[in-house]
Design a protein around this ligand. Structure first.
Ligand code: ARG
Length: 460
């Protein structure tokens, strides 16, 4: 019999039970549900709304149920729809009338709102920890490759020389922002909806500050309708995770490129690559491809919840039960993706010789050639044109800029001297880019130290 069957003349159709029940997925909220109920019961007792004997019975009963769930001794039923009614009905079976008093001055609407919020709040540090480890891996790899010259790209065309460290540290900057975004989300979500009741609050003399404090919230939510209707925090989390996955996916795409024979900048450790069932030579970057692929599902989770929420009037509507699966899915996905990605980066073999070889072709020192002339007094726009002419000359003769003789260079401008060859050396081009945030060793060191300090300050 349904807990709410009082006003109904017959049982619900089996299909209705199937679409209505959420226990198959919301059972993962059991701990938060019990924690919320413990705080609610203690508050009801402290305010004299139920007796202290009832509070004691409820508290003991809930703790026992928690232990039994964790020991795998509890069977949930779809008859009881969701985790909230499952726990309440098990409690009542076990302790009788006291169990029936737990739901005084509460609705499942504020109950689910507080449970879900606490669940999201609990998972954020798990994700942040994984990101901090990824940051450590990036710092380690970057430290080893501050001198490794590689082509930096724009439009996937070789552009200017950078170090491999500089490239990795670009991602470290992105993940640092991702971490602070998640911290913002955790800060903003930390207000307690419990006590909003079904939507309008309650006539009982409840103490919302007490439950908020017990459950680790900064304050109760200000408006009861908003309390039960708000899923912004879940959307913020999904947005943050979507942006994070976008970063991981770009990185994944580059790893896939770098592993190809066309690049061969890195080689993945055998433990983080896969083979082909037909082509014996293949070593595929499946981990990176899966991370790129799973980015789509996290975006889907975000779109799904945004769409669920967009047309529903205040306050609670059953549509909102559809909030959980996308959030669980996104959390599960990133909690797999980040550590496996970090391990893949940590163990990959970097091949600086191949990066250097690639850097040697494509005239990536052309800007430096123009800068050389500019520093000798030629206006940059003219220097740019002169260098462009030299690139055309090189292309016609199958040469690189530094292979032109001084005589050939002087046909374009008599400002060229013997020292141009030093200026065109790729190592110099990379190492002399010493502006703030650039790829000179002092600058990559500064970035590494900043990320390491951030990791240190954010680790618990
Ligand atoms: N299982 C429901 C959910 O996840 C709990 C809230 C139900 N409230 C209601 N009035 N039907 O949203």
């Amino acid at each position: 019999m349904k807990l709410w069957s009082g006003r109904f003349g017959k049982d619900t159709d089996a299909l209705v039970d199937e679409i209505n029940a959420s226990i198959s997925f919301d059972q993962r909220l059991y701990r938060e549900d019990i924690e919320g109920s413990l705080a609610h019961a203690a508050m009801l007792g402290a305010q004299g709304i139920i007796s202290m004997e009832d509070v004691a019975a409820i508290t003991a009963g809930l703790k026992e149920i928690l232990a039994d769930i964790e020991a795998g001794k509890v069977e949930f039923t779809t008859d009881n729809e969701d985790i909230h009614m499952n726990v309440e009905s098990i409690l009542t079976q076990r302790i009788g009338d006291a169990g029936k008093r737990l739901h005084t001055a509460r609705s499942r609407n504020d109950q689910v709102a507080v449970d879900f919020r606490m669940y999201v709040r609990k998972e954020i540090p798990v994700i942040i920890d994984a990101l901090l480890e990824l940051e450590e891996v990036l710092c380690r790899q970057a430290r080893q490759h501050q001198m490794a010259v590689m082509p930096g790209y724009t439009h996937l065309q070789r552009a200017q020389p950078i170090s491999f460290a500089q490239h990795l540290l670009a991602y470290a900057s992105m993940f640092r922002r991702d971490i602070t975004r998640l911290e913002d989300c955790a800060k903003r979500l930390n207000e307690c909806p419990l006590g909003s009741g079904a939507l309008a609050g309650t006539t009982y003399p409840i103490d919302r500050w007490m439950t908020a404090k017990t459950l680790g919230f900064d304050a109760p939510m200000m408006n009861s309708l908003d309390g039960v209707s708000d899923r912004d925090y879940a959307l913020e989390l999904l947005s943050d995770l979507s942006i994070l996955m976008m970063h991981l996916s770009r990185f994944a795409e580059e790893v896939i490129l770098w592993c190809s024979w066309e690049f061969k900048f890195v080689e993945l450790d055998d433990a983080y690559a896969t083979g082909s069932s037909i082509m014996p030579q293949k070593k595929n970057a499946d981990v990176a491809e899966l991370v790129r692929g799973k980015t789509g599902r996290v975006y889907g989770d975000l779109m799904s919840l945004l769409t669920v929420m967009k047309g529903i009037p205040l306050a609670y509507n059953k549509d909102m039960q559809e909030d959980k699966e996308p959030v669980f899915d996104a959390i599960d996905t990133v909690e797999v993706c980040i550590p496996v990605f970090a391990a893949m980066i940590d163990t990959m073999r970097v091949l600086p010789e191949n990066m250097r070889k690639a850097a040697g072709k494509g005239f990536i020192n052309a800007t430096d050639c123009a800068d050389y002339l500019t520093k000798k007094g030629m206006p940059f726009r003219d220097a740019y044109t002169v260098t462009g002419r030299l690139v055309a000359l090189c292309t016609a003769h199958g040469k690189m800029l530094e292979e032109l003789t001084l005589e050939e260079l002087k046909t374009a401008s008599d400002l060229f001297e013997e020292d141009v060859y030093e200026a065109l050396k790729l190592e110099n081009c990379m190492l002399l880019r010493a502006s703030y945030g650039a790829s000179a060793v002092a600058e990559t060191t500064r970035q590494i130290e900043a990320i390491e300090a951030f990791v240190e300050a954010h680790s618990v």
